[in-house]
Design a protein around this ligand. Structure first.
Ligand SMILES: Cc1cc2nc3c(=O)[nH]c(=O)nc-3n(C[C@H](O)[C@H](O)[C@H](O)COP(=O)(O)OP(=O)(O)OC[C@H]3O[C@@H](n4cnc5c(N)ncnc54)[C@H](O)[C@@H]3O)c2cc1C
Ligand code: FES
Length: 261
């Protein structure tokens, strides 16, 4: 699979909340070859600090060759990224990693928590194109509070998906964990796609195992190189040994992961 390094012009910056942003950049080579679940490595500054690129899921692809990322500013790199403006350029490498396996024609449900929603939008776009229509069970989206979720929920709805939401503070949808919404749905699906915090994904995987439903998880770990060279992103695999999130994933079938949390 080809990877490209592009000097990408920032076209838009959307501020969803005080610390959640969406950047859309012009990166036609990456846009043309990306698959849902893959990621990009972004150099947030021309300077040597921070030295390492930061990984972000590909959130959205448009036919005009643009690529969007959705991110929360949690540290130095993401705060620098959030400070960039349209008209500026960033260096972006991608598409990287192994994305979601879309070969199953089973009835599916996507469940995303926090910034884990990011790759699911691209997946939702692609699933519309390649297969099943919209009589599916709803997309389940969870976040801390309403402002983080409102626009994203609306965009999944505009694609045609039914959407159920959950917030920690009860300001939108179900008051509680998004995983609690899964119970009513599991008996109607054969395939779950999940991305979010590790504990959330672990809960989803346990529910899927009990219900005998297939589950694909998109993992996030610390990453230095993003290309299999530094061993910084490994996790223990069920079959023994370790796997690289950057090369073998970030998407895995739930059974491949030795869940230690
Ligand atoms: C494949 C992949 C896809 C990702 N997609 C997205 C995305 O779509 N949107 C998004 O907001 N973030 C995403 N992330 C996480 C994102 O890369 C980190 O938030 C970012 O690298 C933090 O950089 P920083 O310099 O701001 O934080 P740092 O200053 O490096 O760290 C700030 C704090 O965050 C913690 N931290 C940093 N990275 C991670 C991580 N990967 N997991 C858990 N804790 C971490 C650090 O331990 C530290 O406590 C993804 C990560 C991976 C591996
Ligand atoms: S990030 Fe370097 S090996 Fe995965």
């Amino acid at each position: 699979m080809s990877e490209f390094q592009e000097k990408a012009l920032i076209i838009t910056k959307e501020t969803l909340t005080r610390d959640v942003f969406r950047l859309t950049v012009q990166a036609p080579l990456i846009a043309e070859s990306a698959q849902p679940g893959q990621f990009v490595m972004i150099r947030v500054q021309e300077t040597l600090d921070p030295l390492l690129r930061r990984p972000f899921s590909i959130h959205k692809i448009s036919p005009d060759g643009s690529v969007s990322i959705l991110f929360k500013a949690i540290g130095k790199g993401t705060r620098m990224l959030a400070a960039l403006d349209p008209g500026m350029e960033i260096s972006i490498i991608g598409p990287l990693g192994r994305g979601f396996d879309l070969s199953s024609s089973a009835s599916f449900c996507m469940i995303g928590g926090g910034m884990g929603i990011a790759p699911l939008y691209f997946l939702a776009q692609q699933l519309l194109g390649v297969q099943r229509a919209l009589d599916n069970p709803p997309v389940l989206l969870g976040a801390q509070t309403q402002p983080e979720l409102l626009l994203l929920a609306q965009e999944f709805t505009e694609l045609g998906y039914p959407v159920h939401t959950a917030t920690d503070d009860g300001s939108l949808g179900h008051h509680g964990f998004v995983t609690e919404l899964l119970d009513d749905i599991l008996e109607n699906v054969q395939q779950i796609y999940v991305c979010g915090p590790m504990l959330m994904m672990r809960t989803v995987v346990n529910k899927c195992l009990q219900a005998n439903v297939a589950c694909q998880v998109s993992l996030e770990t610390h990453m230095a190189c993003g290309m299999g060279a530094c061993l910084g992103c490994t996790f223990p695999a069920t079959e023994g040994g370790y796997k690289h999130v950057c090369k073998d994933g970030p998407v895995f079938s739930a059974e491949e992961v030795l869940w230690t949390l």
